[in-house]
Design a protein around this ligand. Structure first.
Ligand code: C2E
Ligand code: CA
Ligand code: CA
Length: 755
């Protein structure tokens, strides 16, 4: 018997410890821990039995206590285990009460009949084992078998019930030894399967995260790549080439990374390696293995991979965003048609040159094509574009490395030449361009002789700021326009003085605007038939203290140059509307008032809304206002002009095309713009009634009749003009013959007479 007991104790102790070790490894398996603990406690059971059989009363009492305490304690552990398995928490207090109850019941029955006590304990054990076995049924094979063994262990307790005495105790112990061994083995098997399962889940998750990641991920240990995800391969196009070189091999680096980029990256990575930098970030252009240009961003940091220090590299493909940003940048600094740098790029270059501490000498040459509008009108804008492209190609060839060529606007180019002997170099260059243009420009279907006008400004000398230098070159270029053929003018000292005066005037203009020195005069328009008043044209004057009344011809261009025309135009519009409101208050019958609009105002998309707001401010119906826009402005910006004019007309404001006959536009344009009125320029009225002039005016009037346009003749200075214009078909007449532009009191008298 001692032999059987010893084996039992040894096995139970060993399996108990083993189960506790499993639990220590994976703390989530608490049930295993409780079972291990109960194994350890069960070792006391045979010892208690031996003690209870001792003749010594002390041992007897202790033995009997052990026989009660051990099964009760293990039962409590089982209950706690079931609680954990089923996810229910059994409180410590409940467990204590249960323990005391079990102990008392057990002790009481055992004092009476040991077999009966054993039977009670066995029944409870079996019941609980059944519950556990039922729960474990749904789990793995290891767990299922554990359940069966627990039930068997409960049944085994009946051995002693049916065969009381040492024989029964021995049989029961021997069977229990085997059962406990098997129990421990099956539980350990279950624990192992479970932890292997958990490991696999973690690995699966990792691969799912990295495999589906759009970012490339690589893990590198001491220059050896131990892992790359599919995104990494596809970013570098490794899937698309038959034999991709090993990732990070020298061959791969040569193919994908520019050599200049490598050293700084290596330095960064060394810092990450030695821990002085937690995260390295860099970016740059790369070539994929299937030859696509990429823009990639990288991040790298230290990780542990299979217990070894490693580097994790994450690559994001930023090519699309980078391309978009680059395209935006390109458009901001380049001219689309010719691919040359544009005006803002030139200004930046000039600013850089002015800021350069070495103060390099340079020349700015502005070049403008003469009569370019004629090309557009005669041959259409497509040919015009072709001319500009061909010219820019020819100029680039002529310049070579000597100067940079830029396109500033429609037919305006700039050349920037940085050289020690600037003047001689610029002279040579302009001569070469003159020589170039003695040859015709050959296009796909045309050959043209082209003339250009060039203005040269040298630095140092011509001006003190980029903007002033541009102005100086521009003034010289405009001077050159007066000379026939391809011509050059130099921004000289006198031009500089002129510039100073010009800036003076500009300053005064601003001051005049602040001080409200602008007034409106009103020139009547009369009906061609009967000469009654049909409207006024509002014309601006600048009453400059100490100087006198200044003509708009002298300050409107300056206001257009410095942008003051926009607030000034708004002021003029407000004044005209206020005047109409005043006349209405005085009870006079209103006639429409025409206000002149600069192209700069018209091209402001806010303009139509601003006009409507002003009308509302004075509660004027839109039909009392006419806006006059010059023909040249409408031609130069046809599409924008059309949009703005349409909006105004939809709101009920009439739009007249001013100075008709002075621009290069065709009659066709009359049809394409949503106009109400056309004003024939003074230059066409003046020669009347000469027959050619009459024929031209009549043709315009006939066309206008077809297009349902009103026709106003401007500059009617004589009765003969008035009669010829009427006969040709003009509806209204305006000119000194009827009235000069009038101050408000005189204009008011006209209105009263009209009433
Ligand atoms: P415009 O719009 O063609 O105005 C007609 C010009 O011809 C006015 O000169 C007027 O005084 C002048 N004129 C009228 N009848 C006769 C005539 O029988 N014979 C001659 N020789 N001239 C006559 P003004 O007032 O000096 O204006 C000149 C130009 O200035 C205007 O030409 C217009 O383009 C511009 N302008 C005038 N006022 C404004 C304005 O308020 N805003 C804008 N943006 N431009 C204005
Ligand atoms: Ca006008
Ligand atoms: Ca006019």
């Amino acid at each position: 018997m001692p032999y059987v007991f010893s084996v039992y104790i040894a096995v139970t102790l060993a399996t108990g410890v083993a189960l506790l070790l499993v639990w220590r490894h994976d703390r989530k398996q608490s049930f295993t821990a409780l079972l291990g603990l109960s194994h350890l406690i069960w070792t006391a059971y045979p010892l208690s039995y031996l003690a209870a059989r001792s003749p010594q009363p002390v041992w007897q009492v202790m033995g009997l206590m052990g026989l009660s305490v051990v099964p009760s304690l293990c039962l409590i552990l089982m209950v706690k285990g079931i609680g954990l398995l089923s996810g229910r928490h059994v409180s410590r207090r409940h467990l204590q009460i249960l323990f005391v109850a079990l102990l008392l019941a057990h002790g009481a029955i055992m004092g009476h009949d040991m077999g009966l006590a054993q039977a009670g304990s066995a029944t409870i054990n079996i019941t609980i084992s059944f519950i556990v076995a039922n729960w474990l049924r749904k789990q793995g094979p290891g767990e299922r078998f554990t359940g069966v063994l627990l039930v068997l262990a409960g049944l085994n307790q009946f051995n002693f019930v049916f065969q009381p005495g040492d024989q029964g105790a021995m049989t029961q112990t021997a069977v229990a030894t085997v059962l406990r061994l098997m129990l421990a083995m099956s539980l350990m098997y279950a624990a192992l399967t479970r932890s292997a399962e958990a490991g696999r889940r973690v690995r699966d998750r990792f691969f799912q995260l990295t495999d589906r990641s759009p970012q490339g991920v690589a893990v590198v240990i001491a220059d050896h790549v131990v892992y790359v995800n599919p995104a990494f391969r596809s970013i570098y196009g490794m899937d698309r080439v038959d034999q991709a070189p090993r990732v990070f091999s020298p061959e791969w680096l040569n193919l994908t990374t520019p050599s200049t980029a490598r050293k700084p990256i290596q330095q960064l990575l060394a810092q990450v390696n030695n821990g002085s930098l937690p995260l390295a970030e860099w970016e740059g252009e790369r070539t994929s293995l299937d030859n696509r240009q990429l823009y990639l961003r990288y991040k790298a940091w230290n990780v542990e991979w299979d217990g070894e220090p490693a580097l994790q590299v994450v690559v994001s493909d930023d090519t699309a965003q980078h391309e978009a940003a680059r395209a935006l940048m390109w458009h901001a600094t380049h001219d689309e048609l010719t691919g040359l740098h544009n005006r803002s790029a030139l200004l930046q270059r000039l600013r850089d040159l002015f800021d350069d501490p070495q103060q390099p000498a340079f020349a700015l040459i502005l070049l403008d094509v003469d009569r370019f509008k004629l090309f557009n009108d005669a041959h259409g804008p497509a040919v015009g574009d072709e001319v500009l492209k061909a010219l820019s190609t020819q100029l680039l060839q002529t310049l070579g490395e000597r100067a940079d060529l830029m396109r500033l606007g429609e037919d305006e180019f700039a050349l920037l030449l940085v050289a020690p002997d600037t003047e001689a170099a610029a002279r040579q260059l302009t001569e070469d361009i003159q020589a170039l243009l003695t040859q015709p420009l050959t296009l796909s279907a045309h050959r043209f002789f082209l003339d250009v006008s060039m203005g040269v400004a040298l630095h140092p000398g011509a001006a003190n700021s980029p903007y002033a230098l541009l102005q100086a070159a521009n003034a010289a270029m405009l001077d050159a326009k007066r000379l026939p053929g391809t011509s050059v003018q130099w921004a000289t000292e006198t031009a500089r003085n002129g510039l100073a005066a010009f800036f003076d005037a500009e300053q005064a203009l601003r001051a005049g605007f602040e001080k409200d020195e602008f007034v409106l005069v009103y020139q009547p328009k009369v009906a061609a038939q009967g000469h009654r008043l049909v409207g006024f044209e509002a014309l601006v004057r600048w009453d400059r203290p100490g100087v006198g009344r200044i003509s708009p011809l002298d300050f409107i261009p300056a206001a257009e140059r410095n942008g003051l025309i926009v607030p000034l135009g708004a002021l003029i519009l407000t004044q005209a509307c206020r005047q109409m409101a005043q006349w209405r208050e005085q009870g006079l019958p209103l006639v429409p008032v025409a206000v002149n609009v600069s192209p700069l105002q018209l091209l402001d998309v806010q303009f139509p809304a601003a006009v409507m707001k002003t009308l509302q401010q004075f509660q004027l119906p839109p039909q009392w206002l006419t806006l006059e826009i010059t023909e040249t402005a409408a031609v130069a910006h046809m599409d924008q002009a059309r949009e703005q004019i349409s909006q105004l007309r939809q709101q009920g404001v009439d739009v007249a095309l001013d100075d008709f006959g002075t621009g290069f536009s065709s009659l066709n344009m009359l049809r394409s713009l949503p106009l109400h009125t056309v004003k024939i320029d003074r230059s066409l009225i003046d020669p009347m009634p000469e027959s050619h002039a009459v024929a031209v005016v009549k043709a315009i009037c006939d066309l206008a009749a077809v297009l349902d346009l009103d026709v106003v003749a401007e500059g009617v200075e004589t009765a003969a003009h008035a009669e010829a214009a009427r006969a040709a078909g003009c509806h209204a007449l305006q000119g000194y013959h009827f009235a000069r532009p009038l101050d408000v009191p005189d204009a008011t008298q006209w209105l009263q007479a009209h009433a």
